[in-house]
Design a protein around this ligand. Structure first.
Ligand code: ATP
Ligand code: MG
Length: 385
């Protein structure tokens, strides 16, 4: 049997909502471990305790728990008798297996009737560890910080801290629909919303059969990776080729990408409404490419009736890549593909369009019918962890 403590920050600030957040966190911890085995969770002193009976390396379980949004860090907990000698020996065994470095003990008396004060417990346990390992104690900046909680009938010792993603538990923030290409940015944008507690539907546009199915395969792989964070994902695939053909035939070349984007937004909004999503999400970052100027973003947004969230708008590419690596989407995103937006792109795309430019450019298109057809041709599938 293994026990883990899930610690969180933001949750602690949520006042009256607190119990709802903890419930979501506990649910998600259970879903995260479902493939390993059933576990028990309980809320405990601004953290959640998870106990699982499984014949699996605790490090594996801990890594899975460290992927639960809302968790700031995960400790593996050792359950010991209320005996400071035993606690000290257990910590010594853990410390002896680690690279050189100082340590400290931080005891918390959850059971206030415990006869030792926390500082006395720190001192007694520390003395055992010094004796057993020869390591030095350092109160500030120790290499290893051991958290000890004294409960009514046992002591919990926290070992092997693993950092979690922070944020809020999935299921506390409503549902949104993210426009996801096969690129680096949009999966990160979708993840950012997951990490704010949202359930995220993914909408992928492809130009099949004008190009092969690579982007669709990437979208599916990305959706699978994101499902590790939100447990269940609906992925919508929408053919854009018929619309792109119309745009190429009837609209000014310089505006093509902006027009593609306007259609994507309209179609995604229709899908979003059918799924009760409160907002759309894109992976745009200001100034990154020609279509991502303030002017073009507002030309695109003009066609949307629900909010368009851009969680990466002020984020640097390097930072986006760091997140992509951390959440596991980067290696999929960099696989070569032919994104629908690279199709028929002009040499000199317009960077300063207005919404009137957009409306005028679309004058010869039957916008409503094109959107309708695309929505009707869209397919969807559910991915479940
Ligand atoms: P990404 O890395 O997310 O593809 P990007 O830097 O390549 O972003 P653009 O190609 O300008 O930027 O796309 C801007 C946004 O439009 C994307 O972040 C995404 O939200 C949406 N988008 C672009 N192409 C597609 C697509 N094929 N399917 C769904 N959404 C798309
Ligand atoms: Mg792209």
């Amino acid at each position: 049997m293994a026990t883990f403590g899930l610690h969180f920050h933001e949750l602690a600030l949520k006042g009256g909502n607190r119990s709802r957040f903890e419930r979501a966190l506990r649910n998600n911890a259970r879903r995260a471990l479902a493939e390993i085995g059933p576990c028990e969770t309980r809320s405990y002193m601004s953290r959640v305790l998870v106990t699982i009976e499984a014949d699996v390396d605790p490090a594996v379980i801990q890594r899975r728990l460290a992927q639960v949004c809302g968790v700031s860090y995960v400790l593996r907990l050792e359950r010991l008798p209320r005996d400071m000698e035993a606690v000290g020996r257990s910590i010594s065994a853990d410390l002896a297996a680690r690279p050189p470095g100082t340590f400290r003990i931080s005891t918390r008396r959850v059971d206030k009737t415990f006869p030792l004060l926390s500082m006395e417990a720190d001192r007694d346990i520390g003395a055992v560890v010094v004796r057993e390992t020869g390591r030095g104690v350092q109160l500030k900046g120790a290499a290893y910080d051991y958290h000890v909680s004294v409960l009514k009938d046992e002591v919990l010792v926290g070992l092997d801290r693993v950092e979690g993603p922070g944020g809020l538990p999935v299921g506390t923030g409503g549902r949104v629909a993210a426009l996801m290409s096969g690129g680096i940015d949009s999966p990160v944008a979708a993840w950012r919303m997951i990490n704010r507690g949202c359930h995220v539907d993914l909408v992928h546009f492809h130009s099949f059969p004008l190009v092969d199915r690579t982007t669709q395969e990437k979208a599916r792989d990305l959706a699978e990776t994101l499902t590790r964070w939100q447990y269940r994902t609906r992925l919508h695939m929408v053919p854009l080729a018929p619309i792109q053909r119309e745009i190429r035939l009837h609209c000014p070349e310089a505006l093509r990408v902006v027009l593609y984007r306007r259609f994507m937004l309209r179609i995604a909004e229709r899908i979003a409404r059918g799924r009760r999503c409160g907002a759309l999400v894109t992976g745009e970052s200001l100034g990154q490419v020609a279509s991502q100027t303030l002017e073009n973003l507002s030309t695109v947004d003009a066609v949307a009736q629900i909010p368009v969230l851009r969680p990466l708008i002020g984020t640097d590419k390097r930072e986006i890549i760091d997140v992509a690596r951390r959440i596991g989407t980067f290696d999929i995103s960099i696989r070569p593909d032919q994104d629908c937006c690279q199709l028929f792109v002009p040499n000199r795309p317009a960077t300063k369009t207005t919404r009137t430019d957009g409306d005028v450019a679309e004058a010869d298109l039957d916008v409503a019918a094109l959107v309708e057809e695309a929505v009707a041709a869209a397919t969807s599938e559910d991915l479940i962890l």
